[in-house]
Design a protein around this ligand. Structure first.
Ligand code: SAM
Length: 265
């Protein structure tokens, strides 16, 4: 599949070429593998099928998902999160803190949160209990997330005190498992960000490296408007380093001089 055909496919799905530029080789391979399975030689014919067949369209959406992640991705974010966000919540909120990890892939981000909360939170006088709703459109990623086993490579940003406390080795060489204590408090759900948000009211929403990275501007703005309705006033929205909030997202202001942390005003 050449880039021209790939762009047509992305346009059809409301996805963005700049977002997919770096990962397009692997994604194209998966699409071509699916076309071979179906015995369809041309991208245009495959698109015709995806246009008229709902199930194939959904299958294509899953094929297009990218699960790259790691524990403590964006070290500066976690420094600001434990240095500013957690102390603020410890000082101002006595009831449970509810966080939505939207597009959580294989679970690295929600587990990073439980680890930061339990281990780094010990330095704070009072940190309320935590509930995490971790969602992804791809059920295969969620199955792996629940298992909680990772290659050593995904752990390269993990601070030493967390590595020692939160992970244990597995029989597989260079694979580590999240200890059961850090799996508690996470509610895993299959959820498509194009649908209504979960019913909860969230204190924090993590929306990193998913729609803001991979969707076109119209879709980003539309999805964000719906997500925002489930964020509490003064709640935090966390985005990735290289992502832009859509123009018109005026209800957010940047916090703590961080490129990652925004507050709903
Ligand atoms: C690159 S991973 C990001 C994981 C994590 N948030 C991080 O920043 O490390 C993007 C995830 O978003 C999910 N995703 C993409 N589109 C989605 C949608 N419409 N609804 C729900 N999840 C979606 C993908 O399945 C994938 O697991």
């Amino acid at each position: 599949m050449n880039d021209g055909e790939f762009r047509i496919l992305l346009d059809f799905m409301d996805l963005s070429f700049p977002g997919y530029r770096k990962v397009r080789k692997g994604v194209k391979k998966r699409v071509v593998r699916r076309m071979v399975e179906l015995g369809i030689p041309s991208v245009m014919d495959y698109l015709k099928l995806a246009r008229r067949d709902k199930e194939e369209y959904h299958c294509l959406r899953l094929i297009m998902t990218v699960s790259i992640s790691r524990f403590f991705r964006d070290e500066m974010l976690w420094k600001d999160f434990s240095g500013h966000v957690m102390p603020e919540l410890a000082a101002t909120q006595s009831s449970r803190v509810t966080i939505w990890c939207a597009g959580c892939a294989r679970g690295e981000e929600p587990y990073t949160l439980t680890m930061a909360w339990k281990v780094l939170g010990q330095k704070l006088p009072h940190l309320p209990p935590l509930k995490i709703v971790a969602t992804d459109i791809n059920p295969d990623y969620l199955a792996m997330a629940k298992q909680g086993e990772y290659r050593q490579n995904s752990l390269k940003n993990v601070p030493p005190e967390i590595w020692a406390t939160c992970f244990e080795p597995t029989p597989r060489s260079k694979w580590f498992r999240v200890k059961p204590a850090f799996k508690k408090g996470i509610d895993w759900r299959v959820h498509d960000l194009h649908d209504d948000p979960p019913d909860e009211r969230f204190d924090i929403i993590f929306l990193r490296n998913s729609i803001l990275m991979y969707c076109n501007d119209e879709l980003k703005a539309w999805v964000l408007r719906r997500i925002v309705s489930s964020l509490a006033n003064k709640g935090f929205l966390i985005k990735g380093a290289h992502e832009q909030l859509p123009r018109g997202a005026r209800e957010f202001r940047s916090c703590f001089d961080s490129p990652y942390i925004f507050r709903k005003t």
